[in-house]
Design a protein around this ligand. Sequence first.
Ligand code: HPA
Ligand code: MG
Length: 176
Amino acid sequence: MENPPIAIRFSSAEIATRIEDLARDIRDAMPDDTLMVPILTGSFVFAADLVRALARAGADWPLDFMTLSSYGAGTRSSGQIDIVRDLRESVAGRSVLVIDDILDTGRTLLFARDLLRNRGARDVRICALLDKPARRSVDLQADFVGFAVTDEFLVGYGLDKAGRYRGLPYIGAIEG
Ligand code: HPA
Ligand code: MG
């Protein structure tokens, strides 16, 4: 398979430095009974590093995963979002930190926030490694953002194109 060149936008060192700062901000802003909820699949690399940065910063919080799928994500979105894998933890009365790789249209994260609020979460905050405001189609902002990005398609560090590139240690744009 041909591998097109990828222009690096954020190196692994830049990502690592930013995540240390993000972890300290999150630790300072959120209570000790926070439940972390990474949204799979895209967030798994970021979440693994963020969880360890939080532990270094003194925040040793429980974690549970949720897998959401949004049909037609990427090109045209039907707006339909499915819970593919649900939480095992109850969020009632808890403070929740939702973790995702990218805040794009905002549909998936708005769905997640509303769902968790409807289940009685006391507070729901959103942490996105990347924020692409040019693509937003709903009224939603992240509470914690790693990097703001322009409207170009990015891969690596968990972000995929048709299932590929998730294992790249950096974030880049496919050229050509
Ligand atoms: N890359 C990968 N997945 C995405 C992107 C992107 O830029 N935006 C929304 N999902
Ligand atoms: Mg994807």
